[in-house]
Structure formats: C-alpha cells, structure tokens
Design a protein around this ligand. Structure first.
Ligand code: MN3
Length: 206
C-alpha cells in the first residue's frame, strides 16, 4: 500500500492561541508529509506494499539495518503524527472521562498529579521526541518518552495519548519555552478520543 496524509477534522487556526496557525500548517503539510513521502519511497524501493503501517513499525528490525532505520523513522513519523492529529479537537472534552479517567485516578490519584507527571516526562525529552500515555502489556497505564520518531508500538506499548515535543511542533510561537507549550496541551487534547483509544486497547486485549 502507499500511505497518505489523513484529513484533518479542523482548520489550521482551530487551536489558536495554544498552537498557532502557521505551526499547524507547516507541521501537517511539510513535516508530516515528509514522513509520508520517505515512507512511500522505501516501500516502493524495497517492494514492501504487503505490509500495514503497524506491521512495518513492529518489524522494522527484520529488514536490512539501513532499510529498517528508514522504516523506524518514517513509518513511526507517519503513525505518530496521524495519532497526534486525531486526539486533538477544538471542541474536545478537556478532562478525563470514563474508564480512562478511572485508570488515571488509580495510577496517579488525581488528574492534576497526572498532569504534573506527564509534563515532567515531556520536559525531560532531550532533543527531539515524544511523551506518551500508554497501556503496557499488563493493561497498566504508563507515561513514557520516545526519542526521534520512535513509536510506542516498538516497545510493546499501546499509546492512548501523545505529545510531540520536537521543536517543529512549537518553536515559532514558544521558541525555547517548551514547558509553556506543554502546559497549553491540556487546552488542545480531546479526552473523549483518549477514552475511545483506552477502550479500544483494553477491549483488543493487546
Ligand atoms: Mn512533529
């Protein structure tokens, strides 16, 4: 198969003032598109059309190292960004709900304590990477970080929420103030989608 950018269910200015219009447009049309293009190129060059995106991600180390690295970076980049866009919404639910809210209370006691833990993880990423809320193989919530475009799936983690902390995600508006961008994330994330992601993972038994 060849891969394409997902359609966004909102406009580039939907998250002003938390994420600025220009960053949204560049992030989607340039950065995400570049991952898609590079992924399609390696799929074409090595005849990998039979694989799904998830299959490429979890089996990247089955390929020759130089091919596997391209898959790891660009299949990961495509997955991560597709995931990122779909968990954001301008009219989203701004507090945890349902089963994921209960799981957060069990693991972190309160939403505020969870936010502190997640923000600290996101701030701790050295250089480019991501902070994630994941479900591990035991069904337990875990906050993890991944470098570059590494996808949680390669670490046997199922993501239910994730924040891109590459400078390209925030630098035009926030410059060096990554913590301010991270704090603004709570005005962007749609916990209705996170709840859907949580239930999907738990019900899939992964
Ligand atoms: Mn990005």
């Amino acid at each position: 198969m060849s891969f394409t950018l997902p359609t966004l269910p909102y406009t580039y200015d939907a998250f002003e003032p938390y994420i600025d219009t220009q960053t949204m447009e560049l992030h989607y049309t340039k950065h995400h598109q570049a991952y898609v293009n590079q992924l399609n190129l390696v799929v074409e060059q090595h005849n990998l059309h039979k694989y799904t995106l998830e299959e490429l991600i979890v089996s990247y180390n089955q390929f020759l190292p130089e091919v596997g690295l391209v898959i790891r970076n660009h299949a990961g980049g495509h997955f991560n960004h597709t995931f990122f866009w779909q968990q954001m919404h301008p009219k989203g639910v701004r507090n945890p709900v349902g089963n994921s809210a209960k799981a957060i209370e069990n693991a972190y006691k309160t939403y505020d304590l969870f936010k502190v833990a997640f923000e600290n993880a996101a701030k701790s990423v050295f250089g480019s990477g991501w902070a994630w809320l994941c479900i591990d193989e035991k069904g337990t919530l875990k906050i993890i970080t991944t470098p570059n475009q590494d996808c949680p799936l390669i670490f046997d983690m199922q993501p239910i929420m994730g924040l891109d902390v590459w400078e390209h995600a925030y630098y035009l508006k926030y410059q060096n103030k990554r913590p301010d961008y991270i704090a603004a994330w709570w005005q962007v994330v749609d916990w209705g989608v996170v709840e859907h992601n949580y239930n999907t993972v738990i019900n899939s038994g992964k």
